[in-house]
Each structure stands twice: as structure tokens, then as C-alpha cells.
Design a binder for this molecule. Structure first.
Ligand SMILES: [Zn+2]
Ligand SMILES: [Zn+2]
Length: 332
């Protein structure tokens, strides 16, 4: 476990863009591939590289995961594989919206350290990096929404960039520690953030093992290790990824603007359905301090329903409501 004093990034808290003496430009085969496994390897900026150019070598795993989905043609399909893929989409989407977003990024409710870690683990299984990286970028998004400092505004470098380009650049690889002092104090979260490949690799291995087990013990299900791996991990993760990032791209382009916010955020029911409530993005930009994103009873917000259920069982508490003045404004 890292101690704050030992962590190079924490030691540089707030100075993520500092170039340190004796450090060489961190590009090339060795540096890029090492960062596949250890995100803090050579984690310093360099004056000699274009911070906003896609590092294609570092992006190889991301591209390979898309290509792996084509293997459905060889492994075939079964209903159990589809159910596992759908269940993993649902559980992981909830971890992203309920915890990576509404808890870690916005602190809209409280929970125990154990539940915090459990959902950080499930969130890490989404292959969207660790909770600290995710929350730091998201806090910067709200702070600078649709301005030059927004990490992923579609108005800045184009729609595709906002969807799946920005996080493949050296600028976005680093975690901005100055944004997350409240989260960085937990060594288990720092560890998850640093070795963010670990949980997805374990999940993939478990799915393969499950498939092999079912193939031998329940042959009538018609599944296999390869099928569970491809559907349960690759297809589910890639669909989950694209659904998540619609909020960065589509939800800043398509939909209705209830509130005249300084950014370009929209409310979009279709996005709200596939992301369990995140599509009420204009609501959320107007008042990010509430656990709810649907502001009217008919604005479907599955994440909010599940969090309420968890609160009934004492797993989470102090869910921040929509303030009365916001409700009054919504009713007009
Ligand atoms: Zn936004
Ligand atoms: Zn947010």
C-alpha cells in the first residue's frame, strides 16, 4: 500500500503538469506498454510530446477489446451467455452511475468504507479506469463544462473526440490529484486506481472459468469458456462503455434544455433509459448536488430507485434531496 509520502502523484498534488528534472519524454513502446498495467509508471508530463494527440500504442487494449467482440462469430451464442452479459451490464452501469458518478464524483450520499470499496471494485470492473481518475476528470468536467478546459466537450475537438478520443491522450491519462483530496486519502482506492487493469483481468478469467465449468457440468446450456468470455466480458464491457460515454457526447448535443445552464447539457429520455438515469444531464448540470437526476416523477432514474432501496437496508445514507427552490423552478 502506498503512503501519501511515497506516492509520486500525491507528492505532486496540484502540480500534475510539472516536468521534473531528469525525466525524459515518456512515449515509446516501453513507457506506453508499462502504463497498460501500472498507470503511475512515468506519470509525468513532458514538454516534448503533444498532450492532446492520441497515443495509439497505449490505446491498443481499447481497440483490441472492440475487435475481440467479433469473436462471437466463432464462439456462438446461448441464452445463459446473453443473460450474464446483460446482468454484468446492469450491475456495472449501476456502479458507474450510483458510485463513480453520484458518490465518488459528487458526494450526494454517504456510505461505509466497506460499501465504498465494494462498489469501487465493481466500478473498476467496467474498464473505465479507477474511481479516483474517473472522479477527478468528472469534477473537472463540471468545473469547466463546455469551455476550453473541459476534458471532453463535443464543442471543443468534435463529437468523436468527446465520445472516444479524449481519454486516449497523454493529457487525460493522469489523475488530477488536486481535484480529489477527499478520495485520495484512502489507500485502497489509490491502489485500485494505480493498478486499474487488475480487476477487469480477474473478471475475464472468472467468466472464462465459469464457462468451462458450465460446459462440463451443464452441457444442455450450450455455453463454453470462450462464449462467456466474449459475451460476458468483451461485448458487455464495450456496450457498457459506449452507453456511458453517450453522456459526454450525445447528452451535450441532443435533447431538451430545461435550464439555461452555462454549458450545453441536455435532457434526453433515451439516454436516461440506457444509463439508468444519467440522461437527465441538463438537470444534473443545473444542480449536481442532489442524488437524483430525474427531477419529475416521470423522469425515469433507475439509479435513484436502487439507491433508495439500498438506503432502506442501511447500506447508504443521507441521500441529498432536490432542494425546494429547484423543485419550484421545475414546476414553473
Ligand atoms: Zn456534462
Ligand atoms: Zn456529474
Amino acid at each position: 500500500m502506498l503512503d501519501p509520502g511515497e506516492s509520486p502523484s500525491l507528492a505532486n498534488s496540484g502540480q500534475g503538469d510539472t516536468v521534473h528534472e531528469g525525466q525524459r519524454p515518456r512515449t515509446g513502446l516501453a513507457a506506453s506498454t508499462r502504463r497498460w498495467f501500472d498507470t503511475q509508471a512515468n506519470d509525468a508530463a513532458s514538454a516534448n510530446i503533444d498532450e492532446y494527440r492520441i497515443d495509439w500504442l497505449r490505446a491498443v487494449p481499447f481497440i483490441a477489446m472492440h475487435l475481440a467482440c467479433i469473436a462471437v462469430l466463432w464462439v456462438g451464442v446461448s441464452s445463459v451467455a446473453l443473460w450474464v452479459a446483460a446482468a454484468l451490464y446492469a450491475v456495472r452501469m449501476f456502479a458507474l452511475t450510483g458510485f463513480y458518478h453520484r458518490y465518488f464524483s459528487h458526494k450526494t450520499f454517504r456510505t461505509s468504507r466497506a460499501v465504498q470499496f465494494l462498489f469501487a471494485l465493481v466500478g473498476a470492473a467496467c474498464v473505465q479506469r479507477g474511481p479516483l481518475w474517473w472522479a477527478a476528470h468528472h469534477r473537472n468536467h463540471h468545473r469547466h463544462a463546455d469551455t476550453a478546459l473541459d476534458p471532453h466537450s463535443p464543442g471543443l475537438r468534435g463529437f468523436l473526440w468527446s465520445h472516444a478520443g479524449w481519454f486516449l491522450t497523454p493529457h487525460a491519462f493522469r489523475t488530477d490529484w488536486s481535484r480529489i483530496p477527499d478520495l485520495a486519502k484512502y489507500p485502497e482506492l489509490r491502489w485500485l486506481d494505480r493498478y486499474d487493469t487488475l480487476v477487469p483481468v480477474v473478471l475475464a478469467a472468472l467468466l472464462y472459468g465459469l464457462g468451462v465449468l458450465l460446459e462440463h457440468t451443464q452441457p444442455q446450456l450450450g455455453t463454453s469458456g470462450g462464449q462467456m468470455l466474449v459475451w460476458g466480458f468483451f461485448v458487455s464491457t464495450i456496450v457498457l462503455f459506449h452507453a456511458t460515454v453517450t453522456i459526454n457526447s450525445f447528452a451535450h448535443r441532443f435533447g431538451k434544455r430545461r435550464f439555461d445552464t452555462r454549458d450545453d447539457s441536455r435532457n434526453n429520455v433515451w439516454l436516461a433509459l440506457i444509463t439508468f438515469g444519467e440522461g437527465w444531464h441538463n438537470n444534473h448540470h443545473f444542480f449536481p448536488g442532489t442524488v437524483r437526476q430525474g427531477f419529475r416523477w416521470w423522469e425515469v432514474d433507475v439509479t435513484w430507485y436502487v439507491l433508495r432501496l439500498m438506503a432502506m437496508f442501511g447500506l447508504v445514507r443521507d441521500l441529498k434531496p432536490i432542494p425546494a427552490w429547484v423543485t419550484a423552478k421545475v414546476r414553473g
